[in-house]
Design a protein around this ligand. Structure first.
Ligand SMILES: Cc1ncc(COP(=O)(O)O)c(C=O)c1O
Length: 372
């Protein structure tokens, strides 16, 4: 069944439409229905007589929103009861430090799989707080691949970045290792089902598959938290937030509400299983054109390619600005690659319809015809 969002986005193929084909890496495309409901709620939340952003976060109306958001994360990812769900602030960047503090014992250390810029930043933060080191790295080849994760580590816990937004690489599945595994899933959470039992903690900034910037999701195994022997500052202590049902302080109400709407949308569209199918179709569409078209080449090693962010370059450097111009003319937004690798990056998060990816592939074909 075609969703109203897909139908709406199919109509965006004309460049005269106000809505572009949005390949932005994040913040990024959200379902049109979510944007509509979120903007309605800023005017008035569900006939309450108040705007979402002018009511108390302790009001029943907002407590219900927070509870529904947490419950949807739980149901959509099929979380066992022992996993806690929190919506906090500080983005994934504060998560680098928060996870290190909550999962490295005072006399222990954390191992890091260094697979890109964000993983490197996570390791840097952890080193400021205690002992942390690289377990594996693909920096030598400019992070063009996911190096194999050993099955064993001598550290107390291991940190991975499941999807490397900048370089367009992704773990093919949920890795196994003999230590508590902490994962930054900022750019691929809710894109596929996950084997939650493999992870002790997952964190993800909202602004890709979940909602607007402003909140960060934490999911962690309660049996493994609060055991570091550290006196963790209150805001950085996950157990403090869990004791207060994610309401230790004023939550980012708009970001949580809009994330809740996106999670409702996810559920109504068929959940993570359906997202996985759609995302695979989009990735197939773009990677087969990258591989076929002699004017372009993929950046990431084939076995490490990301389903969320496809990175590629022009065979002829002079073509880079010309192709970006062609994309702009076709109503394609956000295709410029990150400065660390240049070229192009097509971010294809959950809300991006296949039709937008087909438009991009068509522009690549036309570019070949006119510049090949
Ligand atoms: C994988 C990953 N981790 C961390 C971050 C940083 O997130 P934030 O800006 O929420 O701190 C990003 C941002 O794009 C990301 O893609």
């Amino acid at each position: 069944m075609a969703s109203p969002d897909l139908n709406r986005n199919c109509k965006t193929m004309s460049t005269t439409s106000s809505h572009l084909h949005n390949f932005s890496a994040g913040p990024c495309i959200l379902p049109q229905s979510v944007l509509q409901q979120a903007s309605d709620a800023v005017r008035e939340l569900d006939g309450s007589g108040l705007s979402l952003i002018e009511m108390s976060h302790r009001s029943k109306a907002f407590v219900d929103v927070m509870e529904e958001a947490r419950a949807l994360v739980r149901s959509e990812l099929n979380l066992p009861d022992r996993y806690e769900v929190l919506f906090l602030q500080g983005g994934a960047s504060l998560g680098f430090l928060t996870t290190a503090l909550n999962f490295t014992p005072t006399d222990g250390s954390m191992d890091y799989a260094v697979t890109g810029t964000w993983a490197k930043k996570a390791l840097k933060e952890a080193k400021k707080m205690g002992t942390a080191q690289a377990l594996t790295s693909s920096e030598d080849s400019n992070f063009d691949r996911i190096p194999a994760l050993p099955s064993s580590s001598s550290a107390s816990a291991v940190h991975i970045t499941t999807n490397n937004t900048i370089f367009g690489t992704q773990y093919a599945g949920d890795p196994t290792i003999d230590k508590p595994l902490v994962a930054d899933m900022s750019s691929d959470i809710f894109s596929r089902p996950i084997d939650i039992e493999r992870y002790s903690c997952i964190y993800a900034g909202a602004q890709k598959n979940m909602g607007p910037a402003g909140t960060v999701l934490y999911i962690y195994d309660k049996e493994q938290a609060g055991k570091t022997g550290r006196d963790i500052p209150s805001y950085l202590d996950l157990t403090v937030h869990a004791d207060k049902d994610s309401m230790f302080n004023t939550p980012p109400v708009f970001a949580v509400y809009t994330s809740m709407l996106t999670l409702r949308w996810l559920k109504s569209e068929g959940g993570v299983i359906e997202m996985q199918k759609r995302n695979a179709a989009k990735a197939d569409c773009i990677y087969s054109e990258i591989d076929r078209n002699p004017l372009f080449s993929g950046f990431a090693d084939n076995g490490s390619r990301s389903v969320m962010n496809a990175t590629f370059t022009a065979a002829n450097d002079a073509h880079t600005p010309l192709f970006l111009e062609a994309c702009q003319t076709a109503g394609i937004n956000g295709l410029k690659g990150h400065r660390s690798i240049g070229g192009f990056r097509a971010s294809m998060y959950n809300a991006l319809p296949l039709t937008s990816v087909k438009v991009l592939a068509d522009v690549m074909k036309e570019f070949e015809r006119t510049h090949g």
